[in-house]
Design a protein around this ligand. Structure first.
Ligand code: ADP
Ligand code: MG
Ligand code: MG
Length: 897
């Protein structure tokens, strides 16, 4: 196996094998840029090392040959007593993990080569300083010795000599310090500091391999979703010295500003310094303009290299360089990380400069970045008092008075106050309060708890699981540390970082949202001479516009109200993919549903239904009006009926109390009756109980009512000169027989209403595919269903066999820790399992009905990774909450290019 690649043998496309740093060092070498010679040990060697816990024997041989070549090329020997070759041993994984892994500089120094270095540099002090740095770095990272011991010894030496700065230590002092360091090594590791250069090298290589598996590296990878089995490469690079005097130095630079994306020179330079001195902030750095004044010729070389690299990578590059006695050396480059705003600006600039195409520009930005640009943000320059940090559940920046009940939230909001609803956790009864609030804060629950899911759907800022908060809703206050926040106190929550602040924090609104809602011209007109923001908005416009042209997938919205439908449309929604009708039965209408469920005879039942009909019709007319000309997919009522009834325990207590007190009367009788009904509807597993289409079949009047209301609304819109496109969607069907039953009824009702109203009604009837059986019998389901919409939330629950509310808080954390999945299957579609069902159903459904329309309406419809999958399996559209629409448009475009 070839484990070692000379820099001249690699290239930038070999990141898997050579790591990012190694692949790019090779690329720069091939471009003819001045890179110190060296070689890369592959990630494959690291993977072998991790399984066998020893360096592979062939690796030792290949390293020998590579070192010899290096020595021959440079005419120096590793660790030689005269004019020694020294090397750095640098980690470098496929994905950069800043500050996570180890690098050892100056490998090859020992008791004799230190004299050779002093002679070469004509500088005793420099040589001894380099040697003590090697022992310190090597001791810490290779021999695992507590770094404090070395810094303590350094401090002791300084105070002994009465000096304060490291640079004031003389060559003699540093020589003594080397002895102290060697003593520390002997005492702490039980062995002498290795004098043999090759032994140093091998040990350093092994240490870099081991640094892949430190706790912090693992933690970082988990957060960034990087796999643990990639391993790191190791780069062995001939040392060049930026610390030889004032004609030397080291620096970092970017070809464009990584924060704003604006073009120009961005970088820092430090004279007479080595490696990490720049980042460590030991001394104040100089600008590139200063560097130009100090060394115009090295600066000119750097500018040429920057231009060359940006042209070659066709992207923003960041660069590490060193100047050794006036000669420029390139030590690292990579396509630079950047903020969301910079990503859009840079992509657009590169298009304008004809360096990349618009298709490529699409690949340079992500939906996640766009979503970051859409949230209002706290002004980070303002003074703030941090109370605690919870989980960031729904982004945004909200400031308002803390309230502890849904009713207070609604009351205060009605008076025009901004409120933040604070609860231990929320439940469906809090919906009104959540809608009224600018933000929602809970002390319990995870990213997909009720509060989080609902808030995300509404685009309301939300922080959940802030466990440091002791919320007492009865006392209307929460306690955190020794701060008490009572009802009415102003707090601020950041749904992007999860931070909770006390008091007012100024908020800046997002110009990108203004652009999305009002269009380009209106937004620019309001921006005055804010060039940077104008450039950003123009960049979003150009790239999102291109995504719209490129994409194949339609983007619909999950909305239930005309106001949300309006917003969805202004954000680019092309229809409603899911209207949840159950939300229309809350509030005042709840009693009507209660009456329907409790009806003992047909007459009472029909009375209740008759009362609901006009209300439902108006609901649908509102939606069809807002979405005129576009499809409106209305799902018939889905959740278990008990959700519309009072809580069993509470009601039992009430009835028991009344009985004990001997109370009587019609109200008590009604409660007793209600309790019996609630008891009848209790289920052990409501999620798998009487709900969805089952409800429609068991209580027939209910679906009939909704279908009649849809038909009447549709007819009314036609008569009013509109262009309605209502569609009826049947939830939770598992068998084609269920679809038959409902569709037959639909056909009857549509014919009736058509005759009554004197208009033709073309209202397709389709099925939600959200049970494995439905997916697996898709060919038959498609005999009846005119369209499929994948309800991937329920499909995930039923495929994995876990109920989301029960498992997420309970053990998803452990499951991600143990790598059962790297991301919750509720956030991003489980391609192997749930995705396979979607694929099968799409293929077999289309086989039996070629024009079958396919969409998805689960939360996955707004998730970038899932969107790419849905594009690949050939769905026609995704449907998501209004605020995810621009993100879905962008990602659907990215999936198509
Ligand atoms: P990181 O990935 O943390 O940036 P690096 O491997 O890039 O670590 O090295 C740390 C520092 O040492 C960087 O500033 C780098 O430029 C410098 N450095 C690495 N190798 C050499 C070398 N051969 N000669 C001079 N400086 C080097
Ligand atoms: Mg580096
Ligand atoms: Mg469902």
């Amino acid at each position: 196996v070839k484990y070692v690649f000379d820099f001249s043998e690699g290239n930038k496309d070999l990141k898997d094998l050579l790591g990012g740093k190694g692949a790019n060092l090779a690329e720069m070498t091939n471009l003819g840029l001045p890179v110190p010679p060296g070689f890369t040990i592959t990630t494959e060697a690291c993977r072998t090392y991790m399984t066998t816990s020893a360096l592979p024997p062939e690796l030792r041989v290949q390293v020998t040959l590579a070192v010899r070549k290096l020595e021959d090329d440079l005419g120096r020997l590793l660790g030689d007593a005269h004019d020694p070759l020294l090397v750095s041993v640098r980690s470098g994984a496929k994905f950069s993990m800043p500050g996570m892994m180890e690098t050892v500089l100056n490998v090859g120094l020992n008791d004799s080569s230190v004299h050779g270095l002093a002679a070469f540099a004509n500088n005793e002090r420099f040589a001894w300083d380099s040697y003590r740095r090697l022992i310190q770095m090597f001791g810490k990272t290779v021999l695992d010795i507590d770094g404090e011991l070395f810094s303590d010894a350094l401090d002791a030496k300084k105070s002994q000599l009465g000096v304060t700065g490291d640079t004031e230590l003389t060559a003699d002092a540093l020589r003594e310090l080397v002895d102290d360091y060697k003593e520390i090594v002997r005492r702490e590791s039980g062995r002498d500091f290795p004098q043999h250069p090759r032994e140093q090298l091998d040990m350093a290589i092994e240490a870099v391999f081991n640094s892949w598996n430190t706790d912090r590296a693992r933690l970082y990878r988990r957060r960034e979703r990087i796999s643990d089995d990639l391993g790191t490469a190791v780069n062995v690079v001939a040392m060049v010295f930026g610390n030889l005097g004032d004609d030397s130095g080291t620096g970092v630079c970017f070809t464009r500003d990584p924060a704003t994306g604006m073009t120009g020179d961005y970088g820092d330079y430090l004279q007479n310094a080595q490696g990490e001195d720049v980042v460590a902030g030991i001394r104040n750095t100089l600008s590139l303009a200063d560097f130009e004044k100090i060394d115009p010729s090295a600066y000119a070389d750097l500018r040429a290299a920057m231009r060359r690299l940006e042209g070659h990578y066709r992207d923003l590059c960041d660069i590490e360089f060193t100047v050794e006695r006036g000669k420029l050396w390139m030590l690292q480059t990579r396509v630079g990380k950047r903020t969301a705003a910079a990503a859009f600006r840079i992509a657009k600039q590169l298009v304008d400069e004809h360096i990349i195409t618009l298709d490529e520009a699409l690949e340079r930005v992500t939906g996640e970045q766009l979503s970051k640009l859409m949230f209002p943000q706290f002004d980070s320059s303002a003074a703030r008092v941090l109370l605690a940090t919870g989980m960031a559940a729904s982004p945004g920046a909200a400031v308002g008075a803390a309230v502890f009940s849904s009713s207070t939230a609604q009351e205060w909001a009605a008076q025009g106050k901004d409120v933040i609803l604070v609860r231990r956790e929320t439940n469906p009864d809090d919906l009104g309060g959540m809608i009224a609030s600018v933000g929602v804060l809970t002390s319990r629950g995870g990213k997909t708890s009720h509060a989080a899911v609902v808030a995300r759907g509404m685009g309301t800022t939300c922080v959940v699981g802030a466990e440091a908060l002791q919320v007492d809703v009865n006392a209307r206050r929460f306690v955190v540390g020794d701060t008490v926040v009572v009802e009415g106190d102003v707090i601020a929550i950041d749904g992007t970082s999860g931070e909770i602040f006390l008091g007012e924090v100024p908020v800046v609104s997002s110009p990108v949202v203004r652009y999305l809602e009002d269009g380009l011209d209106a937004t620019i007109a309001g921006l005055g001479d804010d060039e940077a923001t104008i450039e950003l908005v123009e960049a979003v416009d150009a790239i999102l516009g291109h995504a719209d042209t490129a994409r194949r997938l339609g983007v619909y919205a999950n909305v239930d109200t005309p106001a949300d439908a309006h917003r969805a449309r202004s954000l680019g929604g092309e229809g409603i993919g899911l209207c949840r009708t159950e939300h229309m039965f809350l509030g005042d209408r709840r009693v009507l549903i209660e009456r329907l469920i409790l009806a003992k005879d047909d007459a009472t039942q029909e009375e209740a239904l008759a009362a609901l009909l006009p209300l439902q019709r108006e609901d649908f007319i509102g939606l069809l009006t807002e979405m005129d000309g576009l499809p409106v997919t209305i799902r018939l009522i889905d959740p278990p009926l008990h959700e519309f009834l009072p809580d069993f325990t509470e009601l039992s207590v009430k009835v028991a109390l009344a009985k004990e007190r001997g109370e009587t009367g019609p109200e008590v009788d009604r409660d007793v009756e209600l309790l019996a009904a609630v008891d009848r509807h209790r289920e052990a597993n409501p999620m798998l109980g009487l709900r969805g289409v089952r409800l429609g079949i068991v209580i027939p009047g209910l679906f009939a009512l909704q279908m009649r209301a849809i038909a009447q609304a549709h007819a009314a819109r036609i008569k009013a000169g509109g262009d309605p496109h209502a569609e009826i969607m049947i939830p939770l069907a598992a068998s084609v027989m269920e679809l038959h039953l409902v569709k037959d009824e639909a056909t009857r009702i549509l014919a009736d209403v058509s005759a009554e109203e004197g208009v033709d009604l073309e209202i397709p009837v389709g099925a939600m595919i959200e049970l494995p059986r439905a997916a697996l019998t898709a060919d038959r389901m498609a005999d009846v269903a005119e369209f499929f919409s994948f309800g991937t939330n329920d499909l995930t629950q039923t495929t994995w066999g876990f109920s989301r509310d029960d498992v997420e808080g309970a053990f998803f954390h452990e499951y991600t820790e143990h790598g059962v999945f790297s991301v919750s299957p509720f956030e991003s579609i489980d391609v192997q399992g749930v995705g396979r069902l979607v694929r099968i159903a799409a293929q077999e459904g289309r086989a039996s009905r070629p024009d079958l329309r396919l969409g998805v309406c689960g939360e996955h419809g707004g998730d970038p990774q899932s969107i790419h999958f849905f594009n690949e399996v050939g769905l026609d559209y995704v449907s998501c909450s209004p605020f995810r629409i621009p993100i879905a448009r962008l990602e659907a475009g990215r999936a198509a290019v």
